[in-house]
Design a protein. Structure first.
Lengths: 113, 110
């Protein structure tokens, strides 16, 4: 059974960089697309972007200038970096296989000083 | 960026049928948008019901089906159960699957 698990700091200061990792088990990261999605408290889902196993990426235009998604095939992980965060980046962050075929449970990241 | 639209809320009677739709500001939704449908219950992560317009996940109940209808993607629930009360989100892909979510439909079974 494929499982994804997000990990990283639950609290980030404004203007700093949010960094999250998604660890994949039961599947090889050297296949498929791997996606990040977020959900602000009480609001809807927002697509952040994906990385293909080949290394190609595609990001949401509204976040593109601040987002980097990368792969670590040796650890079967992929990561999200979001720079210059503000309170508007407070959300539950989910990682997913393909465009949402399997999801992680999500991790809440709060941006606050 | 495209805007994806869903009904904000719908109500269905137990055992009844309801269709949720997913439209695009760019025009007709096609299979090339690879429509996804997700179900989310309070406090839980979303889970996939439908992908690539009409394909079902291994855990998708048979009463859910996906299609294209009137220029939109559609999710039809036939024989609604109380446990189907949830928020439903669609996802469309643009330009090498740059994804855009709809705002969600809150489905009440009453």
């Amino acid at each position: 059974q494929v499982q994804l698990q997000e990990s990283g700091p639950g609290l980030v200061k404004p203007s700093e960089t949010l960094s999250l990792t998604c660890t994949v088990s039961g599947d090889s990261i050297s296949s498929y697309y791997w996606t990040w999605i977020r959900q602000p408290p009480g609001k809807g889902l927002e697509w952040i972007g994906y990385i293909h196993y080949s290394g190609s990426t595609n990001y949401s235009p509204s976040l593109e200038s601040r987002v980097t998604i990368s792969l670590d095939t040796s650890k079967n992980q992929f990561s999200l970096k979001l720079t210059s965060v503000t309170a508007a980046d407070t959300a539950v962050y989910y990682c997913a296989r393909s465009h949402g075929y399997f999801w992680g449970p999500g991790t809440l990241v709060t941006v606050s000083s | 960026q495209a805007v994806v639209t869903q009904e904000p809320s719908l109500t269905v009677s137990p055992g009844g049928t309801v269709t949720l739709t997913c439209g695009s500001s760019t025009g007709v939704v096609t299979s090339g948008h690879y429509p996804y449908w997700f179900q989310q219950k309070p406090g839980q992560a979303p889970r996939t019901l439908i992908y690539d317009t009409s394909k079902k996940h291994s855990w998708t109940p048979a009463r859910f089906s996906g299609s294209l209808l009137g220029g939109k993607a559609a999710l039809t629930l036939s024989g609604a159960q109380p446990e189907d009360e949830a928020e439903y989100y669609c996802l469309l892909g643009y330009s090498n699957f740059r994804g855009v979510f709809g705002g969600g439909t809150k489905l009440t079974v009453l």
